[in-house]
Ligand binder design. Structure first.
Ligand SMILES: C[S@@+](CC[C@H](N)C(=O)[O-])C[C@H]1O[C@@H](n2cnc3c(N)ncnc32)[C@H](O)[C@@H]1O
Length: 234
């Protein structure tokens, strides 16, 4: 039986997690059918990520991808010469990523884990990338998320983020309402001001909407998403 006594902040966070669905199982079911026409199931990298490399904002280095899903961005970064650790809470997602890495003949270190249960070496990453995970993080875990990114990046390292833009996609409910409803309602939408405030310890290198891409473009792009590139101070 679970010990329901709260001794620490971590115990409080775990208690709050328990109010919501079991994330790993939910995402495993989500990935069970790969042909259901979900835009990000396409085997193409984010258009903003490709631009970061093409523009020289990011150079090949050590990368951690949070919530990597089927590995489309992890595979792209490995092809650019990065050493990539890619993490997802869903085993089905990790299996898909491994298949894609084999298909593209690149090496990616995939691991099934909750991002809040990883042992990460402080100051070890040149880039942390998150495409679509942050808006699924419960508000009580947000401070831990920011701390994880800050601690794991090298000084001068980059954090790339793609997430729902309020007004175009995502639930527009307050953080308190998430707990009243016991749901993120499919992911939270954020305003530019809110995101910049969350990441105010970082320098903003670029902040814009994602460019809408067609199926034929070979890149993923949906205009209902924000894209942001932040840099940790040196
Ligand atoms: C919208 S999907 C995006 C997947 C992938 N980044 C992409 O763009 O193709 C969000 C992903 O975050 C993962 N995820 C959500 N919460 C997580 C957590 N706490 N730890 C690790 N992965 C998580 C889900 O399993 C899911 O694969």
């Amino acid at each position: 039986m679970t010990d329901e006594t709260i001794y620490s902040h971590e115990d409080t966070l775990k208690m709050l997690d328990s109010l919501f669905r079991e994330e790993g199982q939910w995402w495993d079911q989500f990935y069970a059918d790969r042909d259901k026409g979900i835009p990000f199931f396409k085997d193409s990298p984010d258009e903003n990520l490709v631009e970061y490399f093409d523009a020289g904002h990011i150079r090949p280095g050590k990368v951690l991808e949070l919530g990597c899903g089927g590995g489309r961005n992890a595979v792209y970064m490995a092809r650019q010469g990065c050493s990539v650790d890619a993490v997802d809470i869903s085993q089905a997602a990790i299996d898909w990523g491994m298949e894609r890495a084999r298909k593209h003949e690149v090496q990616v270190n995939f691991a099934r884990s909750n991002i809040f249960e990883m042992n990460l070496e402080p100051g070890s990453c040149d880039l942390i990338y998150d495409s679509g995970c942050f808006h699924h993080i419960y508000p009580h875990r947000r401070a831990s998320f920011l701390e994880l990114v800050n601690r794991t990046l090298k000084p001068g390292g980059h954090f790339g983020l793609v997430c729902f833009a309020a007004g175009s996609m995502g639930a527009e409910i307050t953080d308190w309402e998430v707990y009243r409803q016991r749901s993120l309602r499919g992911g939270l939408g954020f305003t530019e001001d809110t995101l910049k405030r969350f990441f105010s310890d970082f320098e903003t290198i670029e902040f814009r909407r994602m460019r809408q891409m067609d199926q034929a473009d070979g890149l993923f792009g949906e205009a209902f998403l924000w894209t942001a590139l932040f840099r940790k101070n040196k």
